[in-house]
Design a protein around this ligand. Sequence first.
Ligand code: ASP
Length: 715
Amino acid sequence: MKTWTVKGAMALVLGLACMNVLQAKEGMWIPTLLKMVEGDMQAMGLKLTAEDIYSINHSSLKDAVVHFNGGCTAEMVSAEGLLLTNHHCGYGQIQQHSTVENDLLTNGFWAMTREAELPNPDLTCTFIDRIEDVTLQLSRACVGLSGEAREKRMQEEMEAIVKRATEGKGLEGRVVAFDFGNSHYLITSRVFRDVRLVGAPPSAVGKFGGDTDNWVWPRHTGDFSVFRIYADADNNPADYSADNVPYTPVHHFPVNVDGVKDGDFTMVFGFPGRTEQYLTSDAVEHVITRLNPMRIAMRDEGLAVINAARASSDALRIAYAAKQSSVANAWKKWKGQNRGLTELHALDKKRALEARLKAATGSEVVEGLAALNADCFPYLEARALFIELAYYGPDILNYAHSFSGLIEGAVEGEKRDQLLAKLRANESGFRKDFDAQVDEQLLGRLVDEYLEWIPETLTPEGLRQEVSKAGGGPAWAAKVFGKSVFDNADAMEKLLASGSAKAWGKLAKDPAYLWIENLRAHYFAQIAPEYGRLRGEIELASGAYTKALRRAFPEEVFPVDANSTLRLTYGKVEGSAPYDGMQYNPLSTARGILQKYVPGDPDFDMPERLVELLEAREYGDYANEEGELVVCFTGSNHTTGGNSGSPALDANGHLVGINFDRSWESTMSDILFDGSRCRNIMVDIRYVLWVMDVYAGAGHLVEEMTLVTQEGGEE
Ligand code: ASP
């Protein structure tokens, strides 16, 4: 239930408008509100207007920004649909096309012709059509209503708004809550479904430094991959077809081949996923002392199994590549986050702000939040553990669950045929990255760890006894796998081929199936509803909290949290000095790649050709004024996950890099941003072009782009 009012909505807008933009670098700006910071951005060096960045009247920078598969960002770099994103964003697709014989992860991939570009079923690219504040509209529709009636009316109005904006226009749309429901925006978009892999550097470039360097500066990773969007003959989204043609985007970014220097203005335009800057001190304490430690412990177990498997054979190295990356990424971030929150005295800072609010307004909002949080913590923990086990743990669980529609007979007729066809089609993809022994180990170790942390009252009934009776997690998992057929490729193929009801009857008694279904049933009955109810109340109270802060301290900046919608963040190319006696330069160069090179080390090995080119300093046209090849740079742009792949733009809106990470000292920025030490990491566009052109010999891709110099002249 949302309780904002017209007055509340105005207060938010005014709150934003009145901001004294002292900490210009903090904040992920909603594109329609850029006018408020236009002056500040221009004072820092921007040569464009807010309207050049986001406009619904003419083409603007927003038309070249892409939500890549709903999780990352990408950018258009040619009039023929060419798109850049991170290597780690395209990793799943690169892995899908890799086999032991044709290992694109290791060797890289470059389509030398359009015919050689590789289709990717299910990959989508979304362009934003318009963003519109509909807060007042919704508020008016709900005047005089409360509780469920209000909620119902609100839903209806949102649906009507979306329908009016999209019907018959080839658009998709949704109304999204911002700032805990204090405002709502209509976002319409165009979704493309034929997106082909064009190029990827070898992992030794795209993932250079591996987990060792992930979340760390100085960095020397060429974290990019190249795709192309295809459209139908009218330039509209279409399912994959050999007849589709390269999409002509409304705008594509010119590429600044002069690159950046220390102090240059930069902005990052993309889809930041989620920040939690208004967690109160009690919730931050819970993150530090319970939530992060339990999630880290679960992933420690998973990574121990996966890393050992990957080291044991090439086949397993490839099969578990994407899983390892996704498990390790947040695992390392949570570690850094705990360290940063502690070092920055996050609890003291949060408590001080809460005390100031209390002193200024007498508001009880923080106490109210703390009481709700305390009720929610056990559910939050149980939910986090369920996610770790069911989604980042053994793959057999989700696989078995995907058969539930057939097994339970819940789908019939045409729907049943469609599901069966989907399962048959998914079979080879699943088997390609699945190893029963690895999966069994994952199940055993993760179940033990799960039982270590799950609050007693929320433990699935009988699980503790069952596991202990079997002699612990691994022995219990061996029993499950011993009797299951889901891990048996031949048996499953036969079942899928027969497609008979009898076959599904057999699976209904399969221990892997029974176990995941019980775990899910327990989660959806015992945890999700209460968690959802409490979260709803926490959202409301958090909305009241941010409103109270803005009203009490109108001179201060209280930016709106990220919510996977398009945002602009701006800052400078800037180094940092996070610790005493330490000074980070903002630019890293190819010299550092050679300094890190360790033959045979999985994180720091390199193909011979790369070593030779770098040793010979064959930088082509891509060296800077000092004759160095810049590889990565840091900036003071406020970013988060989801900004991966975002365009890093200069003062003219020209592409200078691709955002891909934050430094180790910034990992807490989702909860507490600190302008003096938070730095985002971007791969320099000159290194991207060098890898394509000089290393890979795919200069035709560079030729497709619009190359410009610092002052904006075409090359
Ligand atoms: N490397 C990060 C990610 O994968 C990007 C970031 O969070 O800054 O999400």
